[in-house]
Design a protein around this ligand. Sequence first.
Ligand SMILES: N[C@@H](CCC(=O)N[C@@H](CS)C(=O)NCC(=O)O)C(=O)O
Length: 210
Amino acid sequence: MITLYHAPQSRSSRMIWLLEELGVPYEIRPVSIFRPMTGEGVGDPANPHPDKRVPAIEHDGALVAESVAILQYLTDAFPNAGLGLRVGTPERGAYLTWLAWYAAEMEPAMFAAMMGELVGAPRKQRSYDTVLARLEQALANGPYVMGNDFSGADLLISSAMAFARHAFPESAAIDAYIERCRARPAAERAGLLDDASGIQIVMTSETVAA
Ligand SMILES: N[C@@H](CCC(=O)N[C@@H](CS)C(=O)NCC(=O)O)C(=O)O
């Protein structure tokens, strides 16, 4: 059994999506977090994340925190879902590159744009432009960043773009990409679970289906 430590409408929401894609048994444990936008909430003593953040998972006695680490851990642990590229396949390098790029390049550029930090900051502007160029090139070749097949990289990238849509320019290609990913049945189920996760203690997709 996998336990996901989760706070609604946060970076752990897409981990519900991931678990639904994988089709493995899991439970959601809602925890409170500090919400910097509103200044509300406090780190939950029941949350095993070292920084009292989300997401975190426990699986077979292992604690994994950080979105990218969780995604890589789970897509490796459950390879039959086809969301990760197996060790030994030629595309594995490109897949890992997208995952690391998401955390190291895309998120900082996206937050800089969201916070209005690009104006008068040529280095940040250059990083943002570089991120955007890489995304636009990937989506021009698309439909997914790895080409024809949806992967864990799209789960991270598209969920962040949907969250921070206004940090990116108007673009039919970006809108279509977000919608293509969001229309996946697993993403739709995850949305229902996320909405419900504020009011129940422990759930699986069966709970919501009932
Ligand atoms: N790099 C981390 C970021 C985790 C993170 O900042 N999560 C937010 C929710 S979206 C959180 O738990 N904030 C509570 C806090 O900062 O104390 C990841 O991707 O897992």
